[in-house]
Design a protein. Structure first.
Ligand code: GCU
Length: 340
């Protein structure tokens, strides 16, 4: 009899955990941790976040359940950051462009041609001790970056081919909602149209804009290759995405719990980065061979020359970026020397 009763209670609890009611005391004891992001469920970031969920639940599963909300279903990056700020949700993944209004040091990543090699980019972002100082810059705003995700290299793509910077003249190009991104695209000679990521497909399709700028996964994962058939490798930016957590939530964790969440974040980056490399190669193949996108190799130097004064202008306008900028230049030089 005791065995039967035990089995019955167990069944009830399983039902409760599955969210089907019953045994509510156990259900309500778990703290639901909500994470929002803008990508699809096959994107490297989603796969990285599944690792985050797995690690947290493996180690603290009696207390926390992690729920991941993809595809901007909780709102665009800007909205989801605000939800994370107030604690309505706990984490969000967003590009640094969206953080500029909270801490202007993040403007540095919007500089065209900031990193001179992928190696330098990875070394800067992978130096957790150094980056933690930068990550603390949004503490006053109520959130803190836990880790970064690779979001590749951004280039222009449009309905018309872009071979030289002159081809950008008169084009209306979508940019992320950040003043630095607007200025950058203007410096290239195009008209900048800021809007959220989720709006881009329809805007290109309906001719509201001529094109956008992003990594190759935007063509496939976000299907922009269906409506913009020319992708030009001018490679103007490497802009990371950030996993951002509500600071009250993070500070409310015990030190053991905090360690688990931080470790989960680092593991999610490892998974994301491996997936990234794989998926970019696949995306190029799918875009070219299944979607009919033409990849155009351009004279990158001509694009660099077009915006050669932008870095200095940005440094003059915003002294808060100088230190991080200098740090990045040192690492750029290190890899430039290795190549010689
Ligand atoms: C990339 C990046 C996102 C960003 C998006 C955009 O997909 O990973 O974080 O929001 O570009 O251009 O808005």
């Amino acid at each position: 009899m005791r065995g039967l009763k035990k089995a019955f209670i167990l069944a009830l609890c399983v039902t409760a955990v599955l969210g089907l009611g019953g045994c509510s005391s156990i259900k309500s004891e778990k703290r639901i941790v909500r994470i929002s992001h803008a990508q699809s469920e096959t994107h490297p970031e989603h796969l990285g976040l599944l690792k985050f969920k797995e690690y947290v639940e493996e180690n603290l599963g009696d207390k926390y359940e992690v729920q991941i909300f993809p595809n901007e279903i909780l709102g665009s990056a800007q909205k989801a950051i605000e939800l994370t700020q107030t604690g309505a949700i706990d984490f969000v993944v967003a590009g640094t462009a969206n953080l500029e209004t909270f801490a202007d040091v993040y403007e540095v990543f919007s500089m065209p041609y900031l990193f001179t090699s992928e190696e330098a980019y990875h070394e800067v972002m992978g130096d957790t001790d150094y980056m933690n100082q930068v990550y603390a810059s949004t503490d006053e705003a109520g959130f803190r970056v836990l880790t970064w995700y690779n979001a590749g290299t951004r280039s222009f793509y449009a309905k018309k081919p872009i071979h030289t910077p002159e081809d950008l003249k008169g084009l209306k190009i979508r940019v992320q909602q950040s003043p630095a991104s607007v200025n950058m695209v203007k410096a290239f000679g195009a008209a900048a149209s800021p809007m959220s990521f989720g709006e881009v497909y329809t805007a290109i399709q309906q001719g509201v804009i001529d094109g956008a700028e992003n990594n190759e996964l935007a063509l496939t994962n976000n299907k922009h290759g269906e409506v913009a058939k020319y992708y030009s490798y001018n490679k103007h930016q490497m802009v990371p995405d950030m996993l951002i957590g509500n600071l009250k939530f993070l500070n409310g964790l015990s030190s053991e719990e905090r360690e688990v969440f931080e470790q989960a974040a680092l593991l999610s980056t490892e998974v994301e980065m491996e997936e990234w490399d794989k998926q970019v190669e696949e995306a190029k193949d799918i875009a070219q061979n299944q979607m009919g996108v033409e990849f155009i190799d351009v004279d990158v130097q001509a694009f660099k020359d077009k915006v050669s004064n932008v870095q200095q202008d940005m440094l003059d306008d915003n002294p808060d970026i100088q230190e991080l900028y200098d740090h990045i230049q040192k690492i750029n030089e290190k890899y430039a020397k290795e190549e010689e």
